[in-house]
Design a protein around this ligand. Sequence first.
Ligand SMILES: NC(=O)c1ccc[n+]([C@@H]2O[C@H](COP(=O)([O-])OP(=O)(O)OC[C@H]3O[C@@H](n4cnc5c(N)ncnc54)[C@H](OP(=O)(O)O)[C@@H]3O)[C@@H](O)[C@H]2O)c1
Length: 341
Amino acid sequence: MQATLTNKTVSTHTTMHAIVQDKYGSAEVLVLRDIEKPKIAPDEVLVRVVAAGVDRGVWHIVTGQPYLMRAMGFGLRRPKIKTPGMDLAGVVEAVGEDVTRFKLGDEVFGTTIGGQAYAEFASLKQDKLVHKPNNLSFEEAAAVPVSALAALKGVRDVANVQPGQSVLIIGASGGVGHYAVQIAKSLGAVVTGVASTAKLDMVRAMGADHVIDYKNEDVTDSGTKYDVIIDIGGNRKLRKLRRALAKHGTLVITGGEGGGKWFGGIDRQLRALMWSPFVSQKLTSYISLENREDLETLKDMIEAGKLKPSIDRTFPLAQAADAIRYLESGHVSGKIVLKVA
Ligand SMILES: NC(=O)c1ccc[n+]([C@@H]2O[C@H](COP(=O)([O-])OP(=O)(O)OC[C@H]3O[C@@H](n4cnc5c(N)ncnc54)[C@H](OP(=O)(O)O)[C@@H]3O)[C@@H](O)[C@H]2O)c1
């Protein structure tokens, strides 16, 4: 067998198993195939992937929806990213000559919008990775990056949640939501989590002080006014959300599915930003990006026992399509993970 890597490396295989998509579509477009193992640039790390996270972002890349996303560089007719999957946890297999933060055998986790995680190996810039929290399994670590980074940015940076504030988290049982509940609690907020009936116990277990079952109650019509609303699920109209917001409260729109094939609800986020200067409340939104500093913060919170992933199910790599279907079903509590090795 011939070695593919000129850098410090321990593996000699030239190909690997990977999930590949040649076109946009539903989960069926994902197939398991042997492809060439990635090579690394001087500032990159080759990771032997042990587990990979599944999230709404991956679903968007697989389906190519909303269409607006295709125009944003993901490929108009066909996906530019052939191997999807952003979040991963694994072991360092090789390092480029400029890599200073990692050595062979280090246990790491991280994320890359450029895909690659649904494969046996992935090459990432060293800034996309940090060392795995010492109290998490690989599966748990792979469930963290994208969703917890979005929750941290939304709750801490955009909403600027302060101790004692009342915070309503809509979509509290999902990938982003279950982290948002824990982060808001760790900042000292009084948290109300909104979820469907079967998931209320899970939201309480994440630390929510109060829960609301949106199947039985209109969360925007109870008369309660919250200092902060983090809107992650349900795509409610802005005027309804504003009704549940204190006069000088802050609405942070993270996302929400069901907003249409073209814009996927982003028009609601843009309208919030446009209205905000003309009302007493702050209406805002954000896009969370890969961020090493915040990933380090999450690792510290996890090791301090302030944050914990909740995993609903794991699927083997070969069943990535089933994992995406399960995500689509909307029955997930917390996160889904692919077991790769
Ligand atoms: N802004 C950013 O940078 C950023 C980053 C990451 C994700 N996102 C977006 O955030 C959204 C959520 O992502 P996710 O990974 O957390 O998705 P997810 O795991 O599928 O969770 C979505 C949650 O929404 C809840 N939900 C569905 N319908 C609802 C309704 N009518 N009322 C209240 N809750 C409802 C579901 O709870 P039940 O099952 O209990 O109904 C589910 O737990 C997606 O649109 C995603 O694209 C944005």
